[in-house]
Design a protein around this ligand. Structure first.
Ligand code: PAF
Length: 283
């Protein structure tokens, strides 16, 4: 496995792969890899001739008071893990390599970005689309792999791919969880012992809401059940807890079939997100 830090070198690799007709799997990450990322890489490994993982903590998707500076970084550790999951190349550019100039041209995410995480992180999804569009142009992947944990991100990227005709397939890989149900996340390292003991209650609450929704079809009652459970079982503060149609992220209607039950909770100082996607008709 090779670590590539320049766009010029990456382009050479892509050109070489394309000349011999190889398919390219891209796994975009911000590093500090956990099992969730490695599952994306393993999926990519199964389906492509070469696998490129990008590791880039993208400054443009962090707000001024967010954790860009303190976001965990450990390239030597990530390199070993990525290699074990079958990655061929890590693309780990410096910020100046990705954004050498600010030409004042930006991508603006649409309606799907104004809710859930987007409501409390203005501009976040614009930054995500900016870097993902750039990575797609650079790596020219046959397939790109994203985790369902960031379901809103996946929905917004899907829209960009569809509306701007990116010639690639998006693959969404299910959430990888700890044994007690906590969704794996690079930010879990911020949790204190007390926070960590409370955090699994988030997933448990989502399951309660899903059961309620399946039994009664009553979205409000389902949300209320999850809210009460999180408030009783944790000292956390709920940022949002919503049930929306997926992937359009709109209000659930009579004809809605697929839904996203999504939550963000501050446990201590750490903002944790989690979700369940399920079908509400035809089961
Ligand atoms: O999900 C992430 O880790 C990031 O948002 C992504 C897609 C790598 C873009 O920086």
């Amino acid at each position: 496995m090779k670590v590539v830090t320049t766009i010029a070198e990456l382009k050479g690799i892509i050109k070489g792969a394309q000349e011999v007709g190889q398919s390219i799997g891209l796994v975009p990450t911000m590093g500090y890899l956990h099992e969730g990322h490695l599952t994306l890489a393993s999926e990519a490994r199964k389906e492509n001739d070469i696998v490129i993982m990008s590791i880039f903590v993208n400054p443009t998707q962090f707000g001024p008071n967010e954790d860009f500076e303190s976001y965990p970084r450990d390239l030597p550790r990530d390199t070993k893990l990525a290699e074990s999951a079958g990655v061929d190349y890590i693309f780990a550019p410096a910020v100046e390599e990705m954004y050498p100039t600010d030409g004042g041209i930006y991508i603006r995410a649409g309606r799907q970005s104004q809710i859930l995480c987007g409501a409390s992180r203005p501009g976040h999804f614009d930054g995500v689309l900016q870097v993902v569009a750039k990575l797609f142009h650079l790596a020219q992947p046959t397939r790109a792999y994203f985790g369902q944990k960031d379901a809103q991100q996946v929905a917004i990227i899907q829209t960009m791919v569809r509306d701007y005709n990116f010639p690639l397939e998006l693959r969404t890989v299910p959430i990888v969880r700890e044994e007690d149900g906590l969704a794996k996340s690079s930010r879990n390292v911020y949790l204190t012992e007390q926070d960590r003991s409370e955090a699994p209650a988030i997933y448990a609450a989502l399951q309660l809401a899903k059961d309620e929704m399946k039994e009664t079809g009553n979205a409000e009652a389902a949300i209320e059940k999850a809210r009460k459970s999180i408030e009783t079982e944790t000292s956390g503060r709920i940022d949002y807890l919503e049930l929306l149609s997926y992937p359009d992220l709109a209000q659930v209607q009579e004809n809605t079939t697929e839904v996203l039950l999504a939550v963000a909770v501050y446990i201590g100082k750490t903002r944790l997100i989690d979700n369940l996607m399920f079908s509400i008709k035809g089961e």
